[in-house]
Write a protein that binds this ligand. Structure first.
Ligand code: UD1
Length: 435
């Protein structure tokens, strides 16, 4: 299994180009199942989850092509899908495979998708995806670890999500676009990945109103056609580099990002004393200048659905809190077990008290390099950040987690002055440990 070896204590300075959002690219790739025409997707990050989704679509007999190496755009054509199934072997390495359920049953009337099961950060059921599809008229059987959905044609209906779910909203949106009649989805997720998906679907001929608000209205159409779409920038990767600049007292310019999607993250980090400014380039694009020269001060944090502070940035914020002056109370509200990085940071010298889904971080604490283990994707990012300020060497095990969602993170960090290297003993990661 690959490891990262980090020698901490260097200021990060320079420019970082932010990649496309994996959480926008995954539903966009699944949406290509909705038409027989080619769908061209751009700004796709080269990360393991995207490769898994490409494999899954190829397994279903879609044509999946990328003109460039490494791939940053894909042309996906689901002319024939002879195998409307997402097998356990792929779903267990990436639970977002469940995003194929809605499009498959909507277009082909049948889908068989392995149940994802729990993962390190929580149980993460898909009961709400199933309830909503049933409301749209699908007959669903859960048997032998698989969800089997059938429907001659889905029928529009009103469904209120009892709890906000991001991939649940995406899955049902991509089902409703081909349903007969009007669908009204209430209490939808507001994350920017939802309007981005709706924008692609609209280019494919779908009739959608209200994406990005709690209520989405969809007028189903008979069929969709091909389209081209560039996915939005990755707000979590941008947030991670903002913390990297702040924690190392560095100075980074982040380009190709979307500051409007980073409101809660920017506000919280500004309240900790980080200097963050929007930059506008001559081509109209926006970027962020982050200076970490001032004193870092503690702040309390509660994770929330968008537009609140993202749970996917909680581990990175905790790394920052270990270096901030004062006491930070951190409360995780989205997943049941998302504090696994805290015990590893404690091993590096952080002063953190964990109580269930809350943590009290007292800083600043000098961190000392140690061997640590990444438990999930965002926890690994938190540990990398801690390693950047720790004395001596930090070795992070199981970095295949970070490869799922960050494009060449060690190369991007090295380019701005970090001392980080990947050690590859040539062993394959354990594919059963997805989170
Ligand atoms: C998505 C993101 C993930 C992010 C999360 C929350 C993708 C590929 N992943 O995950 O990075 O951390 O949103 O912002 O976009 N729930 C149920 N039943 C369901 C569905 C969800 O109880 O049917 C619960 C979950 O267990 C969790 C909460 O709802 O406690 C939110 O989960 P959800 O928004 O669905 O997360 P994901 O879409 O899996």
């Amino acid at each position: 299994m690959d490891q990262f070896k980090i020698s901490g204590g260097r200021k990060l300075e320079g420019t970082v180009r932010i990649s496309g959002a994996k959480n926008a690219a995954l539903p966009a790739m699944a949406a290509a199942l909705l038409t027989a025409d080619p769908v061209r997707l751009e700004n796709i990050p080269h990360v393991r989850d995207i490769i898994t989704m490409a494999k899954l679509l190829a397994h279903m007999r879609c044509r999946v092509e990328s003109p460039d190496i490494p791939p940053s755009s894909f042309v996906i054509q689901a002319q024939t899908v002879s195998h409307a199934e997402a097998p356990y072997e792929l779903v267990k390495t990436m639970r977002a495979s469940v995003l194929t359920l809605g499009p498959l049953v909507a277009r082909f009337g049948y889908a068989r998708v392995s149940l994802p099961g729990g993962c390190a950060i929580g149980a993460r059921p898909i009961d709400l995806h199933i309830q909503a599809l049933e409301k749209l008229g699908a007959t669903i059987h859960v048997d032998h670890g698989y969800v089997e959905a059938r429907a001659k044609r889905l029928r529009g209906a009103t469904f209120r999500f009892p709890k906000i779910t991001v991939t649940g909203t995406e899955n049902i949106l991509t089902a409703a676009v081909l349903a007969q009649g009007e669908t009204i989805l209430e209490n939808c997720a507001l994350e920017p990945e939802i309007p981005d998906l709706a924008a692609l679907l609209a280019k494919m001929g779908a009739k959608i109103e209200g994406a990005g608000t709690p209520t989405i209205r969809v007028e189903g159409v008979e069929q969709l056609h091909g389209a081209e779409h560039a996915v939005i920038p990755d707000r979590i990767e941008a947030g991670t580099f903002i913390v990297a600049a702040a924690i190392t007292r560095g100075n980074l310019l982040l380009t190709h990002c979307e500051p409007r999607h980073l409101g809660a993250i920017i506000d919280k980090l500004k309240s900790c004393g980080v200097d963050i400014r929007c930059e506008h380039f001559s081509d109209g694009a926006a970027g962020l200048r982050v200076r970490g020269s001032g004193k870092l001060v503690a702040a309390d944090l509660t994770t929330e659905e968008y537009p609140g502070f993202a749970t996917d940035m909680q581990a990175q914020f905790m790394a920052l809190a270990t270096q901030a002056d004062g006491v930070s109370h951190i409360r995780e509200t989205i997943f049941e077990n998302r504090m696994l990085h805290a015990s590893e940071m404690i091993r590096m010298g952080a002063n953190i008290l964990i109580d269930g889904n809350s943590a009290i971080v007292t800083g600043p604490s000098p961190l000392s390099g140690a061997p640590v283990t990444a438990s999930d994707l965002r926890a690994s990012a938190g540990l990398v950040l801690a390693g950047l300020v720790a004395s001596n060497t930090t070795t992070i095990d199981r970095v295949y987690h970070i490869d799922r969602g960050y494009e060449r993170i060690e190369e991007k960090l090295r380019a701005v002055g970090a001392c980080i290297e990947r050690i590859s003993p040539g062993l394959e990661p354990n594919a059963g440990d997805e989170v």
